[in-house]
Design a protein around this ligand. Sequence first.
Ligand code: ATP
Ligand code: MG
Length: 716
Amino acid sequence: PPPAQKSYLDGLNPEQRDAVETIDGPLLVLAGAGTGKTRVLTARVAHILSQGRAYPSQILVVTFTNKAAREMKERIHGMVGDAVEGMPWLGTFHSIGVRILRRHYELVGLKAGFTILDTDDQIRLLKQLLTAEQIDEKRWPARMLASAIDGWKNRGLSPEHVPAGEGAAFAHGRGQPLYAAYQARLKALNAVDFGDLLLEGIRLFRENPDVLAEYHKRFKYLLVDEYQDTNVAQYLWLRLLAQGSRNVCCVGDDDQSIYGWRGAEVDNILRFESDFPGAKVIRLERNYRSTGHILGAAAHLIAFNEGRLGKTLFSEGDAGEKVSVTGAWDSGEEARAIGDEIEALQRASHPLSQIAILVRASFQMREFEDRFVTLGLNYRVIGGPRFYERAEIRDALAYLRCVISPADDLAFERIINVPKRGIGDASIKQLRDVARLDGVPLMEAARRLTESEELKPKLRSTLRGLLESFDRWRVQGETTKHNELAEIVLDESGYTDMWQKDRSAEAAGRLENLKELVRSMEPFESLSGFLEHISLVMDVAEGASEDAVQIMTLHSAKGLEFDTVFLPGWEEGLFPHQRALDEQGKAGLEEERRLAYVGITRARASARVYFASNRRIHGMWNSTVPSRFLDELPDGHVEVQESKGGYGWGGSTGGYGGNSYGNSRFDKAEPFSSSYATPGWQRAQNNRTESQSPRGGYGSARKGGAPMIEGTLIAS
Ligand code: ATP
Ligand code: MG
């Protein structure tokens, strides 16, 4: 074995050290944000290696993202250096799942070089199936079936295991048989989807004890980060593998479970102890990441959740800056204010890469991106495309480009069959041939073809319909404001409808993005002016190595840390998100609150929360209600800032006096109410004197008819 190097143990506290050195037997590290769970996991790998307890190839490490896997690889390398040859099996459940399947494909009925379908391929396949089964896709959209199938796969259920009655809702009880047919199609195509990477792995292990035994011998140590977000299939897969050596270490935080909507089950934490009797549980309580005020605010907020395993968190560092809360007049003002703050930080030599903006919904990014381009601030969108690069935005822009310039072939080709109109690749090729021969743009070629007899009648009328729509939109564009025109185009083309019928997890977000796109057009003079702006924004390349502000969703910020974190959009309906409340009630609210906890705890030194008093939703300006989470932040750790955008705060006795909103310290004034005359800072100060019950003022009836929660105190 290589010589023992123990520098990775330096500075660990006794509990962390215990977690690193307890390498035999099942271990669960259950601890709050920033307590060093990931660091412990990394040090554990170093320890196992440097103690010569296993070769790298005998260690399996599961991370939540590929990026986290890369970072951990680097750290481990930094710890053990070249003393050890090779690297552990280190990656996400999916990437390790595929690696195992590639070695044993024939045992699950696949052939060499099987393909992995992405979501689009999956939908296409399901559509074919529905057509073959003569199921009306308008009534029973393929995406609805896809999400049912994904749900089953997340729960580790192959078709034969789907409980009787489930899936009955789809096409009069045909959900389950369609699932079976889909699996058969996949096999025939020598393909798997994402869910299969684990499901087929589970089947492989169950049906081939010898293969499982081989992996039991191989994997002497198993480690899992972000364990609270594993779904049932991942859990079953892991349990099968771990029952060999039983040297399995999972680290997680129930308060950071934020993927319930994708099938993650926090209960896996509880199952761990029953499935691995005698498991040791270590709790880490010291937070090394954040200053006292940040931690205090986060801990107080999360204490409003009921379903918790409970834990203590403390920090020994400075109290630091209080969490700041700033109200802005609207979302544009919010973006400007944050841009200003970032410029100030930059002037004070803070690296931009240590500044993050964490949004609840991707549509929120648009305003920041536009603002940063104007300011010339480098930014990078993490975990997803930039706003204008999103598929739905590109589609929408392609429609608009076709309206303006009929000769834009790229745009026309992009949308000619989106939504599906039955214009297949062969027909598109035919169009291209005519266009080339006649030396005309595609749209003109299409026009010529519809006038000839070359096309089948159905196709001809479809194409004609599409061309007529574009002609109509062009005429309308002369009298209609361009943002309204955009809405008309998206509606009449069936594009919006396509996403409305879509039941996948991302569909609602895409619709929000489309609305945001339409909204963003408003300030421009004309459609062409807007499109020009887009090309300028898109032209700002993302420099990989450049120092840049990091923009991402709260979901993709998990596990990361930054000096300064901006948290915009803390308004009822956006955060907590209305969808979560509508679809999952209290469980949804608690998951949103965990998301808020994740957000705040990403900050090392400074957490800055924002809310806008007006936001445009569904094309209309709405005055918003500040998020209940604001009221759940404790007074002692929060600093209310002067509001941005020339309006003041509504004190509890302000213009709203007596209505049910009046309990919140963050209620806004109506712009023309009498309280508007009081300078914002002064009202903010007044508000600081309100005494809050531990449950704060959030229980007030925000949305029609919700009951008041007792115990809300306001000093009169
Ligand atoms: P999260 O729940 O957000 O994933 P975590 O529990 O995984 O957090 P880490 O990311 O491992 O926490 O650690 C948080 C920060 O604290 C990191 O910067 C890490 O290097 C630092 N840290 C952890 N333990 C110690 C220690 N004993 N001494 C000094 N710094 C530490
Ligand atoms: Mg971590």
